[in-house]
Design a protein around this ligand. Structure first.
Ligand code: C5J
Length: 219
């Protein structure tokens, strides 16, 4: 089905597509997590949750493949480079104890995906130590095993983990579509710029579209 997207229509091949939801975890979306320790206003990110939930409901109803990612490190931090942990002046660093448990650590309350988008049984949940969903995760091999060639992206933050994952996907041969109202940044001008970069030069990284355009095309 053609989706009304930019810079031109995205031909959705639903049986070979997966919905990828990037890092909609409490660490980024709720107060007291990693996002807030970096000085950000997390309420901006909460605004996309209803649109994301509507897409997830419809995608599941159509029987599509769903992938959730979390930015997560092992409790011993062996997969967290010191350069990442020590950078900047956050109020709490990765691994420190915050109001939702240890920051960005797998298994901690803050590392869970928010209730409104909680994974259903059988959906892929990928813990990723980097910004990109493909780095050190085995995601590509799991998608190949499922015959997936197209990825529809939602999640946070647009210019960091979402854009990095789309670029990784592009280099691995996937066609990728970003749902504009289902992604957000702590910096609205970065979101706008990332969307422009992704779809510039004839979809050099991928396509973008409002979620309504996808909903209208689902089987
Ligand atoms: C960040 C992410 N912004 N999920 N992570 O550090 O975008």
């Amino acid at each position: 089905m053609p989706i009304d997207a930019q810079p031109f229509a995205f031909g959705l091949d639903f049986p070979r597509a997966a919905l990828v939801i990037i890092d909609m975890q409490r660490d980024f979306v709720e107060p007291g997590g990693f996002g807030e320790t970096l000085g950000n206003d997390v309420s901006l990110l909460q605004a996309i949750v209803p649109a994301c939930a509507a897409v997830l409901r419809a995608w599941r109803a159509a029987g599509g493949v769903v992938v959730h990612t979390r930015e997560a490190h092992r409790p011993d931090l062996s997969d967290c480079p010191p350069a990442k942990r020590l950078r900047g002046k956050p109020s709490l660093r990765i691994g420190d104890v915050g109001p939702m448990g240890r920051i960005l650590i797998a298994g901690e309350p803050g590392n869970q995906i928010i209730d409104a988008l909680a994974p259903a049984p059988g959906e892929l949940v990928i813990d990723k130590p980097g910004k990109g969903a493909f780095y050190a995760t085995g995601l590509h091999e799991r998608l190949q095993a499922l015959g997936v060639t197209q990825l529809v992206f939602m999640g946070v933050t647009t210019e960091v983990c979402v854009q990095t994952s789309m670029r990784e996907a592009n280099d691995r041969g996937y066609d990728a579509l970003l749902l504009e109202d289902c992604t957000e940044s702590y910096f609205p001008h970065f979101k706008a710029a990332a969307i422009e970069m992704i779809r510039a030069q004839g979809a050099i990284v991928g396509w973008t579209a409002p979620s309504q355009a996808l909903l209208a095309a689902l089987p």
